[in-house]
Design a protein around this ligand. Structure first.
Ligand SMILES: [Zn+2]
Length: 399
């Protein structure tokens, strides 16, 4: 199915049923958690503007991706709870819209970092997570299971779906389940990667692990039965919505500007594909000259990029730099960890969040990027050469 090029038929849109077309094809894409690979075809629905992974609604994909979750190893890198700006922003919104004594459920709670941060802000709240991951001792009460409304005999005041919906080709069964376990008037918090920001920054955020990509317009349309009380657009789309009383959700109604959203997505995906090739060529040229490649950020984005770029790197020296990481070496590939890059290094920014990448770019400049003799590559929008000049007359990768 995925041997063709962009523009090829990508099957039916999971939301509205219209015929969709491939907008981006990444052959042999990698998972963060293992060396397994698979072609990744990103489809665009011309009618409603939904962007999704073609074939992600098949049993074949389910079997493949289950492997990624089984190999998940998120517990070792960070202190608990992880106080990233993203986590803090989510916990702030949740606390602001929740009752002081809320019964809070997080679906896909992983270690429970968000729940712990919510509990700090709402000491009177009770917290519960549900997640199939098989970590050791979890610091918050957690049901080890895939979420199903039948697991619960009572309802919750607040339900959290943080970085969950993007893993489903069709978000509606999960949203209906979350609605079922919520009290009328209860709060649903959800966040997903922000498609418009991803395309704007030509960010490397199209992943085998992600089945769906949302603009605010499409996400709003996918939430009948809820009233949105707060929507924030940053690297993530963050939504706080109240459950409206009454019957279950109505049918999906495509947003009025669906065709415009679709055209913006198609154009953005084409630019990303061109810039990605230009960036990979710059990386390969640096490695071929024997220069050191320093991966800035040593978490999931790094892992997937490293697996993909291994053949490009040849024998060049390599290291990681990550302010939040401890230890002499990063744990998956054993690359040495360094505190600062040196002249002649190429610093590759490893994040798929546009906000995080902006902070990393600023930090890379402090660490010697450009004039300090360190080249900086931001996938896939900017390349700053080691002599301080950019690629051509601008820092644009040429898309
Ligand atoms: Zn559609």
């Amino acid at each position: 199915m995925m041997s063709g090029a962009t523009g090829q038929n990508a099957g039916q849109c999971p939301l509205c049923g219209a015929g969709a077309a491939v907008g981006l094809l990444l052959p042999g894409a990698r998972l963060a958690a293992s060396d397994a690979s698979r072609d990744l075809a990103i489809a665009v629905c011309p009618a409603c503007g939904f962007v999704f992974q073609a074939g992600a609604d098949t049993p074949d994909y389910d079997a493949f991706i289950r492997h990624a979750y089984e190999a998940w190893d998120g517990a070792t890198l960070f202190d608990f709870p992880r106080r990233s700006e993203d986590n803090a922003a989510a916990a702030d919104i949740i606390a602001r819209h929740s009752r002081a004594d809320a019964r809070v459920l997080e679906i896909g709670s992983n270690r429970g970092d968000i729940l712990a941060l919510v509990k700090e802000r709402l000491p009177g709240a009770s917290i519960l997570g549900v997640d199939p991951a098989t970590h050791g001792n979890l610091p918050v009460p957690t049901l080890r299971a895939f979420f199903s409304p039948q697991l619960f005999s009572s309802r919750f005041d607040t339900v959290i779906l943080k970085q969950v919906l993007e893993h489903f080709a069709d978000p509606r069964p999960m949203l209906a389940g979350a609605r079922e376990v919520l009290e009328d008037g209860g709060l649903l918090y959800l966040d997903v990667p922000n498609l418009e920001r991803i395309l704007e920054g030509r960010t490397d955020a199209f992943l085998l692990e992600h089945a769906a990509y949302y603009s605010l317009g499409v996400l709003r349309a996918a939430l009948p039965g809820f009233e949105i009380v707060e929507a924030r657009e940053a690297g993530s789309l963050r939504i706080a919505a109240r459950k409206l009383p009454g019957a279950a959700a109505a049918a999906f109604v495509p947003p009025a500007d669906g065709p415009r959203l679709a055209e913006a997505a198609r154009t953005g995906l084409e630019r990303l594909a061109r810039a990605r090739e230009a960036g990979k060529a710059a990386l390969a040229a640096h490695a071929a000259s024997g220069g050191r490649v320093v991966f800035f950020g040593a978490y999931n984005c790094f892992r997937a990029l490293y697996r993909e770029f291994l053949p490009l790197l040849g024998d060049c020296p390599r290291a990681v730099l990550d302010d939040a990481m401890r230890g002499e070496r990063e744990p998956v590939f054993g690359l040495p960890r360094i505190e600062t890059p040196g002249p002649g290094d190429l610093l590759l920014l490893c994040s798929n969040n546009a906000e995080v990448l902006e902070r990393m770019w600023a930090r890379a400049t402090e660490l010697g990027g450009g004039a300090g003799g360190v080249a900086v590559l931001r996938p896939w929008s900017k390349f700053l050469r080691a002599d301080g000049t950019t690629d051509g007359t601008t820092s644009d990768l040429g898309a």
